[in-house]
Write a protein that binds this ligand. Structure first.
Ligand code: NCD
Length: 442
């Protein structure tokens, strides 16, 4: 049986596949009504545990344009979830006979990964908490690709709530893969999360460096920190004196909304940064396109709507052909010639009986009944691990071995020798002792 392909993270697609999907989307876009045989007879189920307009409707439109059918559970509060049904049970049922593919949006980080483990059909992550939103990223990249004619080496400003915007997290991983220079202009206190920066550094070789954003004028004025992460480390050597890079030319400004529902500061929107005609008059932004995943509140002034550089509504419209290509591929109705990603990342089981994930909004904490705990080993020396679901780093004080039942200092030679599937992570000695482990004698 061919393996089920899911789209949980943007890393589930190879770079060549992304480019081939874009070629296909461009074909679909020429006449959206001409493809009603591609997925005839297939059914998509939308399971939305959070509000959505564009993502759900563009997926459903895409499926119908491909000739398929759609089942919508857009308000999961009116479904059996309100009776306490677990996500795992829901996806098992829906993927049984009801649908051939599930599009899931959920407030907990890692929910799509968990759903994919239980579903019998492909699962598409339409946003899991503040973690990832890979199909939005494909729409965003597609817009860059169409407008700029390439994806390699672009200079992109990411502005606003970089901490909680899942669209930003998927987007930076993809931009880094294409060798973009990423200028982060966060709203004060809403910088990229540490686990995202670490992953950019470790997997994509990008290095956060202070950037001199004074040339960006109004846009960067309120921003606490501005970093530029060139993916070509040799560039840094040119600037090592000050470790400051100037931002003198930008291809795109990607603005994001304050994700107030995730950080609970409802008033933030009134103090939030704003992109307007005057901000866009700064010299490096003259040729930059303006993007936004939408919905916007006041972070993009209405005076920009008629500016030819503003592409946010076009970007939203392009969600349909892009999602048509994604659906056709995942449903096996479109065969790509591009090689898929080489291997799936291995998750090792967590054995200690204690969930080591520090993120209380991770699905491993919010859905306890069908909890499958797993971690990714991100580095052997120094020993580091991340939650297999929400990707946040696991704080490790001591490490134990499930066969010897001994614990060791994290950076000891003994700890490094333990097989990944025998590793146990402890916050401290007290926790290790409470779980029946004892200190190694040597
Ligand atoms: C985004 C989301 O849900 O993360 N919306 C979308 O899918 N276009 C952005 C947001 O809500 O700010």
């Amino acid at each position: 049986m061919p393996r089920i392909r899911n789209l949980v993270s943007v890393d589930d697609l190879s770079t060549a596949e992304i480019l081939e999907l874009f070629q296909r989307a461009k074909e679909y876009a020429k006449d959206l009504r001409a493809w009603s045989n591609v997925c005839r007879g297939r059914i998509l189920a939308s399971l939305f545990y959070e509000p959505s307009t564009r993502t759900r409707l563009s997926f459903e439109s895409a499926m119908q344009r491909l000739g398929g059918g759609v089942l919508t559970a857009a308000e999961m509060s009116s479904s059996s979830a309100a009776k306490g049904e677990s996500l795992a049970d829901t996806v098992r049922v829906v993927s049984g006979a009801y649908a051939d593919l599930i599009v899931l949006r959920h407030p907990s980080e890692g929910a799509a990964r968990l759903a994919a483990e239980f579903a019998l059909v492909p699962v598409v992550n339409a946003g899991d908490g503040s973690h990832e939103h890979p199909t939005q990223t494909l729409c965003d990249l597609y817009t860059l690709w169409i407008e700029k004619g390439r994806l390699e080496g672009l200079d992109v400003v990411l502005a606003g709530d970089l901490r909680y915007s899942r669209t930003i997290h998927s987007f930076v991983y993809a931009l880094a893969r294409f060798g973009a220079n990423i200028v982060c202009v966060p709203h004060r206190g809403l910088e990229l999360p540490e686990y995202v920066v670490r992953r950019l550094r470790e997997e994509h070789g990008t290095e956060p460096v202070r950037a001199d954003a004074s040339d960006l004028g109004d846009l960067a004025r309120e921003s606490d920190a501005v970093y530029l992460t060139p993916n070509k480390p040799h560039q840094l050597s040119l600037f090592t004196d000050a470790r400051v890079l100037r931002v003198d030319r930008v291809d795109a400004v990607y603005m994001t909304r304050a994700q107030t529902e995730r950080h609970g500061d409802a008033d933030m929107a009134s103090r939030y940064m704003r992109l307007s005609q005057s901000a866009m008059s700064a010299a490096p932004l003259k040729e930059a396109i303006v993007m936004h995943p939408l919905p916007r509140r006041d972070e993009i002034a209405a005076d920009l709507d008629d500016d030819p550089r503003s592409l946010y509504f076009t970007q939203a419209a392009r969600g349909v052909p892009v999602r048509m290509a994604i659906l056709a591929m995942l449903l096996g109705c479109l065969e790509l010639s591009a090689e898929p990603v080489e291997h799936e990342e291995r998750l090792f089981p967590v054995e200690s009986g204690v969930n080591p994930c520090p993120n209380t909004n991770c699905i491993t904490h919010t859905e306890k009944r069908h909890q499958r705990l797993g971690y990714k080993l991100t580095s052997r020396d120094p020993l580091r691990a991340a939650c297999g679901y929400c990707a946040q780093e696991i704080p490790i004080g001591l490490v134990g071995c499930t066969t010897t039942r001994h614990f060791h200092p994290r950076d000891s030679a003994a700890a490094r020798k333990i097989r990944p599937d025998h590793l146990v992570f402890f916050r401290d000695e007290q926790q290790a002792l409470a779980l029946g482990f004892s200190a190694a004698t040597r």
